[in-house]
Design a protein around this ligand. Sequence first.
Ligand code: NDP
Length: 296
Amino acid sequence: MSAQIIDGKAFAATVREKVAGHVARLKEEHGITPGLAVVLVGEDPASQVYVRSKGKQTVEAGMNSIEHKLDADTSEEDLLAIVDQLNNDPAVHGILVQLPLPGHLNEDLVINSIDPAKDVDGFHISNVGLLGTGQKSMVPCTPLGCLMMLRDHHGSLSGMDAVVIGRSNIVGKPMAQLLLGDSCTVTIAHSRTKDLPDVVRRADIVVAAVGRPEMVPGDWIKEGATVIDVGINRIERDGKNKLVGDVDFASATERAGAITPVPGGVGPMTIACLLANTVTACCRANGLAEPEGLTA
Ligand code: NDP
């Protein structure tokens, strides 16, 4: 069996198209342009690439992109003052503070200072609580992208056995909540899980969010299962730099029914979902109908 490849790049393009269509309607019918503010502190190279990419895609979708690039030694007080200013700016509908922050800044404090209604990353404690209790929230972008691809592939996920490997606050835990919300029977695995291969072999859906290159071999995968590989790992192979996931793609495609590749799977969906969350936040702020299919 050779698995169907779930093309995240193509799927992300359709999400961005939907977002752009909705943005155009918001402008035309209501004179509103959604605005996304991104705050970057310091010069982490990976963060700079993400922020550039976010800004570019925000503008391409027809939205306003506001960027605050701050020195690495910015004080907590100054950063909180910028977040406060963005919270009170009616032209800003989404605020994202790029993580990780330099060590002297308290990430929890900063994230929880964002207005939850503008928290397009979905990391504010209020949004975490709303998601956990099945209420309308802002949903973290990467798990939202995974859910969209799973729903698109399967239609209903009801009753399926799902295993999420990884329990981080940004991927593993919200992913598990979303799958539970779609009536999967969910297992969350982590570094202390006993007999991980056996746990994974029982799953109809495997979401791997670990950060260990090709850790999940094909013989852990149940025949026909759907595999969503969130991992992004840079390795050197045959003298070349390569991006690989947490799943061994070559052997997993022999067993899985469907699988996301790395790159070109979950990665592109993350920014697409950030744009989707910004439009959703803008609609909610203005008491307008939310676009369909762009949130959980
Ligand atoms: P974290 O490091 O925060 O979490 C990793 C999780 O994996 C932890 O819960 C850890 O368990 C678990 N883990 C580690 N080793 C093992 C093991 N041997 N067996 C089982 N579980 C293990 O990572 P993130 O959640 O932030 O990211 C995970 C991956 O996803 C990374 O590769 C990251 O780059 C990628 N990523 C991709 C995104 C995208 O847009 N595609 C977005 C965000 C992340 P424990 O809690 O016990 O330590």
